[in-house]
Design a protein around this ligand. Sequence first.
Ligand SMILES: Nc1nc2c(c(=O)[nH]1)N[C@H]1C(S)=C(S)[C@@H](COP(=O)(O)O)O[C@H]1N2
Ligand SMILES: [Mo]
Length: 404
Amino acid sequence: MQNNPASLPRRRLLTGSASALAAAGLASFQGQALAQAAASAAKPLPGYASFKNADAVIVHSSTTIETKRSAFGSSVITPTNQLYVRNNLPTPPESIVADRDAWAVQIDGVKKPAKLTVAELKKMGLETVTMVLQCSGNGRGFFPSKPSGTQWTVGAAGCVVWSGVPVRDVVKALGGVADGMVYMTGTGGEVLPAGIDPKTVMVERSVPAAAMQDALLAWEMNGEPVSLAHGGPLRLIVPGYTGVNNIKYIKQLAFTAKESEAHIMSHGYRISPPGAKGDPSQPSVQEMSVKSWINSPIPEDGNQSAGKVQIQGVAFGGMNAIKGVEVSIDGGKTWKQARLIGPDMGKYAWRQFALQADLPKGTYTLASRATDDKGNVQPETRGENQSGYNNTSWADHAVTVTVA
Ligand SMILES: Nc1nc2c(c(=O)[nH]1)N[C@H]1C(S)=C(S)[C@@H](COP(=O)(O)O)O[C@H]1N2
Ligand SMILES: [Mo]
């Protein structure tokens, strides 16, 4: 394609994010994206995330850090030092992870409400779940309407292993859910700025109470105590639900009759029609749906030449397991079944896929399209909405490749 050769000195395979109709505007889009990436790369990692691999991430701001598309690699699990970060509020002080076992969470809306420490929770049950953690706004950067918010492309997501106590075990130990409670509402442990109505800033989200069946109160992530950046000492994990529903430094878990009245629940994270503000009548961003994207080949790979190439990426079904993934090398005109490779870590994890292709010199638009085990097929187009949520469009996630 028409990349600026000066910015890509050693690359023979030039690619870029593009719609299936990769065309005229692409060169300037790619130029912009590269300029943005260069500007972002210049930003330093914030202190609480200083352990991140600076080469593997894009620092959008001190509270938004994205995994580079080139950094997902060919393993199932996203290494902790490459996983994205998204905080709606300033990160709490390191002191909250100084004595992890002493952290306490108030459990309400059960027959016998109680305040339980992590030490006590550790005796109540243990489960491990591998799941895709994905920000609701992942893929926002592909919306032509340029919704405000972080311009994430694919890297506000990762596949992560969590260990903790099943919420259902905690609820059982406390006598069961109280009558009439139909939501599970988690509250983040951030200390809120004084003099502001807490509801306007607090991170508190409600999900249907049934989600407790697979939910965890987790103290371990990828084999280590959950870092402060990712919600330590204790995080609510709601598998299959978008990132925002997975409450970090959880200080209260309540079964409630109504959804939280916090702004982040009532007006934030709603699927609003373009031009409209969020309000409680609109669908909330909760369960994820089937999605996939290609992580290689992409421009950062460099030094690709004509011939055999393993087109590879990741696919997940949100609430459902992945059944299959098709790959196209012609912008979606024709499709071939890819192989699912690597271990199956359960329905909430992502699957790797690969298709071996023989690519002579030329230009190709590579796309992937996943199907879940309920028969849901990843759509071609995004669902337009004001804030750029839930982008699962295969066309938006396609990459245009010139093999030289
Ligand atoms: N307490 C609390 N929990 C939170 C948030 C937050 O700001 N505070 N951000 C949410 C959002 S929008 C996302 S996408 C995920 C990000 O998780 P990560 O930073 O571990 O990747 O955490 C969610 N849980
Ligand atoms: Mo998010």
